[in-house]
Design a protein around this ligand. Structure first.
Ligand code: ADP
Ligand code: MG
Length: 454
C-alpha cells in the first residue's frame, strides 16, 4: 500500500513546479501530511501564523497539485500540531484511486519508474559491466554482488539501472521490499527524524524503514553530508542490511575513493563489493539508444539524422535524448516531417553555433573537464599527481598540442609551470596510446567532437 508520505512527496513535486523557490521553502516544506480523511488530505502546519498564510495563499495550488496524484480528493484540511491527536485514531483510511501515472519515483513498496527497464537499456562497451552486474543483482539480490557500486558521469544511465533493477525485482519477487532513495532524501529524512521527537519515535521509524528492506538503493551518494550522524547512520544501516544478506546498491558520479568527505569505514564498505563504472558511450551505442527511443516514440527517423544527433551530443545521454525529443516536438508543432532538414538544423542550432567558435586553450580545457566530470580546471593546471587527474591532464595537453600551434614552453607554463620536455613527453605518449589503445583513441575522438561542437 502506498503511504501518505509517499503520496505527499509526489504532491510536493507538483507544488514545487507551481510556486517560487522562496515560497516553497518558507511555507510548503514544513507541512506534514497526516492522513486522508473525508476525501481531504490532512496537513499539519507548524503555527497559527503559518496556517493562516498557507490557507489563504496556497490552498488552491496545494489542492490542485493533490488532485494530480489523488484525483478523487475534494480538499485540503490544515490543522495545528495540537489537533493531531484527533486524527490519529482515523489514521488508517486506505489510500486508493492514486493516479499512478503521475507518480514519478516512489519509495517503499516498489514504485519505480516504469520507463526504465533492462529491456530499453542499450548495452555497449561503455556500460556492459555495470549492466551485467545490475542484471545479476536483479536476478539474485543479496547473493553475489553486494554491495554493488555504480559510478559514472551525468546522464549516463545510473539511475536508469537502479530503476531497472527495482522493476525487475518487483516483477519477479513482489514480496521483497525494495527502496530507491537519493542520498539527499536519506539525509533529510534522517535529520527530520533526529529532530522530530515531537512527533513520536521518528528515529525508530526511520531505522525500521531502512533496516527492514531487502534491497536498498541510494542514488548520488557523492552528496553525502559531512555530518558525523549521517555517515554513522548510513554505516549502521549498511552493516545491518549487509549482514542479513540484503542487497545494497549505490550510485555516484565518482569512484568511492574520490568521494570526499567519506569516512574511511564507509569507503571500505563501498569498495568491498563490486564496483562498476559507466563511461560515455561510443557512437554506435549512442545511435542505438536514439533508434530505440525513436521506436518507442513511434517515429520513423532516418539513421543519418540519428547519427547527426549522436555526433552532436557525445557525452550525456540525457541531453542527447533531449535533442531527439525537441526534434519530435518541433515536428509536431510545425506540422513538418521529422526528417525535414530545416527542422533538424533549427533544432540543432545551438550545437551548430559551437562549431563557428574559435578553438582556444580554454575551450579545450573546458571540454576536457566536461568529459571527465570529476576533474576541474584547477586540477588540470595544478600539481596533483593522482591517477584520476594525471590521465585527463595528459589528454588535455595532447589535445592542446593537436589543436593549437602554441609553443611547448607556453603550454608548459599554462599547465602549472611544467617543463617543455614534460609536455613533449606527454604529447608523444598519448599519440602512441591513441594508436595502440582503442579506449584512448575513442576518448580522443569524443573530446575532439566536443571541441569542434560536432
Ligand atoms: P544518470 O543517473 O547516470 O545521471 P540517467 O539514468 O538519469 O543518468 O539517464 C539519463 C537518460 O538517459 C535517461 O532518460 C535514461 O533512460 C537514458 N539512458 C542512459 N543510458 C541509457 C542506455 N544505455 N540505453 C537507453 N537509455 C539510456
Ligand atoms: Mg542519476
Amino acid at each position: 500500500m502506498i503511504s501518505i508520505k509517499q503520496i505527499w512527496e509526489n504532491i510536493l513535486i507538483e507544488i514545487q513546479a507551481k510556486v517560487t523557490a522562496l515560497a516553497y521553502d518558507s511555507w510548503i516544506t514544513d507541512l506534514k501530511p497526516i492522513c486522508i480523511h473525508n476525501d481531504s488530505i490532512v496537513l499539519i502546519c507548524e503555527s497559527k501564523a503559518k496556517k493562516s498564510v498557507v490557507e489563504n495563499r496556497y490552498s488552491d495550488i496545494i489542492c490542485e497539485s493533490c488532485k494530480k496524484i489523488l484525483p478523487n480528493l475534494s480538499g485540503v484540511l490544515f490543522i495545528l500540531p495540537e489537533e493531531k491527536e484527533h486524527f490519529e485514531q482515523i489514521n488508517e483510511e486506505p489510500i486508493d484511486n492514486v493516479n499512478s501515472e503521475n507518480i514519478i519515483i516512489g519509495e517503499e513498496n516498489n514504485l519505480f519508474s516504469p520507463k526504465c527497464t533492462f529491456g530499453n537499456f542499450i548495452i555497449g562497451k561503455s556500460n556492459e559491466f555495470a549492466a551485467a552486474a545490475s542484471k545479476a543483482v536483479a536476478q539474485n539480490p543479496g547473493i553475489k554482488y553486494n554491495p554493488l557500486f555504480i559510478y559514472g558521469g551525468v546522464g549516463l544511465g545510473k539511475t536508469h539501472l537502479l530503476n531497472a533493477i527495482g522493476n525487475h525485482i518487483k516483477k519477479t519477487k513482489p514480496k521483497l521490499k525494495c527502496l530507491y532513495t537519493s542520498c539527499e532524501r536519506f539525509t533529510n529524512e534522517l535529520i527530520e527524524a533526529l529532530r522530530g521527537s515531537r512527533y513520536n519515535d521518528e528515529m525508530k521509524e526511520f531505522r525500521k524503514k531502512y533496516r527492514s528492506l531487502d534491497c536498498l538503493m541510494i542514488d548520488d551518494i557523492q552528496f553525502i553530508s559531512k555530518t558525523v550522524s549521517t555517515q554513522e547512520e548510513l554505516f549502521h544501516t549498511f552493516n545491518d542490511l549487509y549482514y542479513q544478506d540484503k542487497q545494497i546498491i549505490i550510485c555516484s558520479d565518482r569512484p568511492p575513493q574520490e568521494i570526499v568527505p567519506l569516512e574511511e569505514r564507509l569507503r571500505t564498505r563501498f569498495q568491498g563489493g563490486v564496483v562498476a563504472d559507466i563511461v560515455a558511450p561510443d557512437l554506435e551505442t549512442r545511435i542505438a539508444i536514439l533508434q530505440s527511443e525513436a521506436l518507442t516514440e513511434k517515429q520513423n527517423i532516418d539513421d543519418e539524422i540519428l547519427k547527426l544527433i549522436a555526433n552532436k551530443v557525445p557525452t550525456n545521454i540525457r541531453e542527447m535524448k533531449g535533442v531527439l525529443t525537441k526534434i519530435i516536438c518541433f515536428a509536431q508543432l510545425t506540422d513538418k516531417n521529422v526528417n525535414d532538414m530545416d527542422l533538424i538544423n533549427s533544432a540543432l542550432k545551438e550545437y551548430n553555433e559551437d562549431k563557428a567558435e574559435i578553438v582556444d586553450i580554454d575551450k579545450i580545457v573546458d571540454c576536457v573537464c566536461r568529459y571527465y566530470p570529476n576533474v576541474t580546471k584547477a586540477d588540470l593546471i595544478g600539481k596533483k599527481k593522482n591517477k584520476e587527474i594525471i590521465e585527463p591532464r595528459q589528454m588535455c595537453v595532447y589535445l592542446v598540442t593537436e589543436f593549437l600551434s602554441m609553443p611547448l614552453l607556453a603550454i608548459g607554463q599554462y599547465f602549472g609551470g611544467r617543463d617543455h620536455t614534460t609536455i613533449m613527453y606527454t604529447r608523444d605518449k598519448i599519440a602512441h596510446l591513441s594508436q595502440t589503445e582503442p579506449k584512448i583513441s575513442a576518448q580522443i575522438k569524443d573530446i575532439k567532437a566536443m571541441i569542434l561542437g560536432k
